[in-house]
Design a protein around this ligand. Structure first.
Ligand code: FEO
Ligand code: CA
Ligand code: CA
Ligand code: CA
Length: 578
């Protein structure tokens, strides 16, 4: 059949089937290729990737980082600059850690610190396809030791002061860079998610009540996620450096066009496990950023600037001066953005910025099923958030009480999170009242509840009407809406293809029509991988898609190590793909 669909459909492709193999698939009439793999050089002096030993410590900050995630492309003076997150390192593959899975020296730790953060790189297309421009003056690695400045209400607060930085305004590194965003003025927003995992204690945990309560809410403990940084880099040892974790968990603004510019941690946008940031402009020009906090039972947030954005004007206050809100969803399908003010929370402005989760709990925010990416529709005044799953929703403790988030807010089943032990996930959509993203109230609905109508022939686990045997998926996570309004949905879920997940295959990327609700599968990832991160070339004829933590031997084939990669997808007739 033809690669092009019926004219009545928004989609220019025919849906592909679910796959369980070790490569990438796209529809007929489209092709894909690898742009860059973890460990590929950004500079000509970078070490070469060795299939036996990976990348040595020396030069580990000169290569494309590991575990690609959120990304955005910026077009600047004829150059296409791709800013990409590298979220984390694998424990037991890719040779990032030593054989027992734990770094055992300061050198191991430094190597891991260099593999994560953000890569900025110039990319270009010629007759042979897309490639990284090695040694472009725009190429840059931002990692766990890159100098940053802290800005906003928390900057300079006692809780941010350390022996190395008594001012509390200068920190090193950005951590667990998950999703991303872009500002109307052309900067990149990288979002610090599971920052807690890098900290640990060689001695006693801090006893200060406020600090301990914060550690409990954000999951900071003696061991972290086995990065072992604290054993070899005292900055990450909370027994001697209790304030260092307060300097992570923010959104960081990076100017991809200025390789020497110091990234800025925007504390006004709150401290939590930031997934991504999706920006919009209110009709009066004020800047809105929607954000999710990805943990079971945590919340959705909105930033509203005090000042208006004027193209070419001063943008320095737009992510510093304004108001942070948290979402309350009502059962009647309305909702409210509740301002996190000192009056409402009983906390001062700096504490709201540092212990944002606590402030949000204080105003009775709605516990959500792990808010992952938010996306704003450029063709309608509406936005979407992937609520990926929540195995503990509606579950009970041994004493019969309902399970809570780490702040004690019960995760009772509620209207936007309507399923107990939610394995499949859903996407919530909201439309601000008055067609104004600055409005404090909105209407909401569920764009889709993923499910499996083959396994659960009736009831909520079958999913909504736009789920059918042909487009099964679970755990929506990454999301971008293209310039035509198509919703691109990426998954990070159970790829067992068995039981409740039968027929879903590997993680994948689908496209959704915001008007009809129709969803079609567009791309399948290699087994073991998550599909995360999506952006477009300046001419919208190429789509850049992230393949994170592949299993098998993707992309180089049998016998080679799996490497996270960015792939490019094009239409064979070179028409627009978004
Ligand atoms: Fe890094 Fe919530 O995904
Ligand atoms: Ca994610
Ligand atoms: Ca996820
Ligand atoms: Ca991931």
């Amino acid at each position: 059949g033809s690669a092009m669909a019926q004219s009545s459909s928004r989609f220019a492709f025919e849906q592909i089937s679910a796959r369980t193999d070790s490569t990438v698939h796209v529809p007929n009439g489209y092709s894909w290729d690898v742009l860059v793999r973890w460990g590929d050089p950004l500079f000509s002096d970078a070490p070469e990737f060795d299939p036996a030993t990976g990348i040595p410590t020396e030069g580990s900050d000169r290569v494309f980082g590991e575990n690609t995630d959120g990304m955005e492309l910026f077009s600047f003076k004829g150059h296409q600059l791709l800013a990409v997150n590298s979220e984390y390192t694998n424990n037991d593959t890719n040779l990032a850690h030593t054989e027992d899975g734990l770094p055992t020296s300061a050198e191991d730790v430094l190597r891991l610190q260099n593999f994560q953060g953000v890569s900025v790189m110039e990319v270009t297309e010629d007759a042979d396809g897309w490639k990284v421009v090695i040694d472009s003056p725009y190429n840059r690695r931002i990692h766990h030791n890159t100098p940053m400045s802290l800005d906003g209400p928390a900057a300079g607060h006692d809780l941010l002061k350390t022996a190395a930085d008594p001012s509390g305004t200068q920190s090193l590194g950005t951590f667990n860079n998950c999703g991303a965003g872009r500002t109307p003025w052309g900067t990149y927003l990288t979002c610090e998610e599971n920052f807690n995992g890098y900290f640990g204690a060689t001695g006693d945990m801090p006893t200060d009540e406020k600090i301990s309560a914060g550690y409990d809410r954000y999951g900071i403990n003696e061991t972290g996620f086995d990065y072992n940084y604290h054993q070899f880099d005292p900055r990450f040892d909370v027994s001697t450096n209790p304030n260092e974790p307060h300097r992570a968990g923010y959104i960081v603004e990076i100017d991809p066009t200025q390789p020497d510019a110091v990234p800025v941690k925007r504390t006004a946008l709150g401290r939590f496990k930031h997934e991504n940031a999706a920006t919009a402009l209110a009709p009066d020009g004020r800047v809105v950023a929607y954000m999710g906090d990805d943990e079971r039972g945590e919340f959705m947030y909105k930033w509203l600037s005090r000042d208006v954005y004027v193209p070419g004007g001063d943008t320095s206050t737009l992510l510093s001066e304004g108001q942070l809100f948290v979402a309350k969803f009502n059962e009647d399908m309305t909702g409210e953005w509740v301002a996190l003010t000192p009056d409402a929370t009983g906390m001062d402005a700096a504490e709201i910025a540092i212990f944002t989760r606590t402030a949000a709990s204080a105003v009775g925010a709605t516990t959500m099923d792990r808010p992952e990416w938010v996306a704003v529709n450029p063709t309608a005044v509406e936005a979407y958030c992937c609520l990926t799953n929540n195995s503990r929703r509606g579950a009970t403790n041994d004493d019969g009480s309902v399970r809570s988030n780490a702040g004690g807010d019960e995760m009772t089943v509620n209207a936007p999170n309507p399923r107990k032990t939610n394995d499949y996930g859903q996407i919530v959509r909201w439309r601000p009242h008055g067609d104004n993203h600055a409005a404090n109230t909105f209407d909401w609905d569920l764009y889709v509840m993923a499910g499996n109508p083959d396994v659960h022939t009736e009831g909520a686990y079958a999913g909504t009407a736009n789920i059918n045997a042909g487009n099964l998926f679970n755990s929506p996570d990454g999301m971008q809406i293209d310039s035509t309004g198509l919703i691109w949905i990426q998954t990070d879920g159970d790829d067992s293809n068995e039981g409740d997940f039968a027929g879903m295959g590997n993680n994948q990327m689908l496209a959704g029509d915001p008007v009809t609700g129709e969803i079609r599968r567009f791309l399948t990832g290699p087994n073991g991988s998550e599909v995360t991160g999506l952006t477009w070339s300046a001419d919208k004829r190429t789509m850049f898609v992230g393949i994170q933590h592949p299993g098998g031997s993707f992309p180089d084939g049998e016998g080679s190590l799996p490497r996270s990669s960015i792939v490019v997808v094009k239409r064979d007739d070179d028409a627009l793909v978004g």
